[in-house]
Ligand binder design. Structure first.
Ligand code: GLY
Length: 581
């Protein structure tokens, strides 16, 4: 008996060590924990914009200097990103805004895309019921009915103070007169060249050169004309008239589903924001159809109940408990969450402290819990994390947190012929078949199945925090399924670990999402001893597969004790930029 045990024990040690060595060698990653350098972000006494592109942040800052409020700036930044950051900034996609007004009232608007009326549950399956690879991810059939323009129009009519045309004008200018590509912008265009060719019938601007370089001057005349129509006609400039005709014509060319009726019927929805608390801070976040808010509440409440701050940052216990919380939150996500206009979701229960305590009560300090019911093949490759987030605070302390997306990088890769903008591939955020993973490796079930006019589940988590009744933080990130865990860590890094906003953003992150049953480690998040300890608890650590890109691209703002604003742009994406005054 004893010798059997010793043999087993030896076998275990050898297996673990072999795994560790293979793991390190195959990914050429030296595990050496990096603590964030002590630093602050950009400081502004009055107002701050942090977005994915310097030109967009500067435009927002200029609007704020001219006396516009955070909502005015948000509209201008959104349209500017649709020109200078087309991999995710958009008019052909959708997103969410969480906002807090100077008087403390809060809310959210959902301008998420919808499934076309002609969509149906099995539209991406072959005769045998198997998923047709790529159909929900690229090309015309992947496109959901865009929501961004209606979202911006509705934000404008409710909260803005400046003329609509004045807020669209900077974007028109950029598209018409052009701008210089950044290195990141050139790399993104070059990496998608083949897909642009495959999915477009005609020569489009982004195909004008087969290799783009930093500093190339690029103009978008068709997009400028579309923006002019939006500027003059508002909602009708996009959902009606010649732009709508061009969208529908584009669909007809390649068996896409969006019709004039889809466009006419689209409407963004104002929704009550989810509110919770974390260690005395009020947290205001996005409700369904984003899973972000529900899951973030589950993580924060679970962390509060455990008191995460008792462990050193990114120590074994810290990562172990975070991973265990994440595992449960993502399992709930897959099981219960979907568009609340179509399916019953008991959000109150899923976010109640009692439920969360009970849900996490089987976390074992020593051993990882196995993710149950792992289905073979549930691990998909991770294609892209090209959503974008921007945070804005104005001098009155109105705060806007917007995450918006085409889903994958440049969405479906389809440009509307003659209208010059990319269409999303958001249909892939539905569960195209129960139990089969999407591009982010996320699985789902009936709750997130495709139905006509239903909104696909999202992970986008635009969030705002208050401390002592005053604005404290505005935060969010792109990153598909990783958004929720990255936003959670950014909040916790400030509140639990006393980091500045910039340090919290810089700090190396980890991620787990139930399926696949692994914990993803960003380079520099652990040292060898922590890695060994995690393995001995049963975890399967893997390096962040998008290396050399980092995990998350958080753009956040913190109100400091002296009332000034710290804008933290995540330099994991080199164009992220904070502009304030
Ligand atoms: N398309 C990414 C998300 O909505 O979460």
């Amino acid at each position: 008996m004893k010798s059997k045990f010793v043999k087993f024990f030896k076998y275990l040690i050898v297996t673990l060590l072999t795994l560790l060595v293979i793991f390190m060698l195959s990914h050429q990653i030296v595990y050496w924990q990096q603590k964030p350098n002590s630093r602050e972000g950009t400081i502004g006494a009055n107002a701050m914009v942090v977005s994915a592109h310097p030109l967009a942040s500067e435009i927002g800052n200029k609007i704020l200097k001219q006396g516009g409020n955070a909502y005015d700036a948000a509209i201008a930044v959104n349209f500017a990103l649709a020109v200078v950051y087309q991999q995710a900034g958009n008019i052909g996609g959708g997103g969410f805004m969480v906002h807090r007004q100077t008087d403390g009232s809060v809310g959210s608007i959902d301008f998420r895309e919808k499934a076309p009326i002609a969509a149906h549950q099995d539209m991406y399956l072959d005769e045998k019921g198997d998923v047709i690879s790529g159909l929900s991810q690229e090309g015309h059939l992947a496109v959901g009915v865009p929501g961004t323009v209606d979202g911006m129009v509705q934000i404008h009519s409710k909260f803005a103070t400046m003329n609509w045309a004045d807020l669209v004008a900077p974007a028109i200018d950029l598209a018409e007169k052009g701008f210089k590509l950044t290195s990141q912008g050139a790399v993104s265009l070059n990496s998608s060249y083949g897909s642009f060719e495959d999915n477009n019938h005609k020569e489009i601007t982004v195909l004008a050169q087969d290799k783009w370089e930093e500093g190339n001057h690029i103009t978008f005349p068709d997009l400028a004309n579309t923006l002019k129509l939006i500027s003059i006609n508002g909602r009708e400039g996009f959902y009606g008239g010649s732009v709508a005709d061009k969208i529908v014509a584009e669909m007809i060319k390649s068996d896409g589903l969006i019709t004039h009726e889809d466009l006419n019927r689209y409407s963004a929805v104002w929704r009550e924001a989810i509110e919770t608390s974390y260690k005395g801070h009020k947290v205001i976040t996005m409700p369904l159809p984003s899973s972000g808010g529900v899951s973030l509440v589950q993580l924060l409440k679970g962390a509060e109940q455990i008191d995460m701050a008792q462990w050193d940052h990114n120590s074994t216990s810290h990562i172990h408990y975070m991973t265990e919380l994440q595992r449960r939150a993502y399992a709930d996500r897959a099981e219960w969450l979907g568009d609340p206009d179509f399916v019953e979701v008991d959000v109150a229960r899923l976010t109640s402290p009692d439920y969360i305590q009970n849900r996490n009560s089987d976390i074992d300090a020593q051993n990882k819990t196995d993710s149950q019911d792992i289905k073979p093949g549930a691990v998909s490759t991770i294609e892209s994390f090209e959503t974008t987030h921007f945070s804005i605070v104005d001098k009155w302390r109105n705060a806007v947190s917007i995450t918006t997306t085409l889903n994958g990088m440049f969405g479906s890769k389809v440009v509307v012929d003659g209208a010059g903008f990319f269409l999303n591939n958001e249909m892939d955020d539905f569960s195209v078949k129960a139990g089969v993973a999407n591009q982010f490796g996320l699985v789902g079930n009936e709750k997130n199945s495709i139905q006509p006019e239903k909104r696909m589940l999202s992970s986008m988590s635009p969030t705002i925090l208050e401390k002592d009744g005053e604005l404290f933080m505005v935060v969010g990130s792109p990153g598909g399924s990783t958004i929720i865990t990255v936003v959670y860590q950014s909040i916790s890094n400030v509140i639990d670990y006393g980091m500045s906003m910039q340090e919290a953003v810089d700090a190396k992150k980890t991620h787990s999402q139930w399926l696949p049953d692994v914990v993803v480690l960003e380079k520099g998040s652990t040292n060898l001893s922590t890695l060994g300890n995690l393995i001995s608890k049963g975890h399967i650590p893997i390096p962040w597969p998008m290396f050399p890109f980092g995990l998350g691209r958080v753009n956040a703002i913190l109100v400091k004790d002296d009332g000034s604003l710290e804008g933290a742009a995540d330099d994991r994406a080199e164009d992220n930029f904070a502009a304030g005054h």
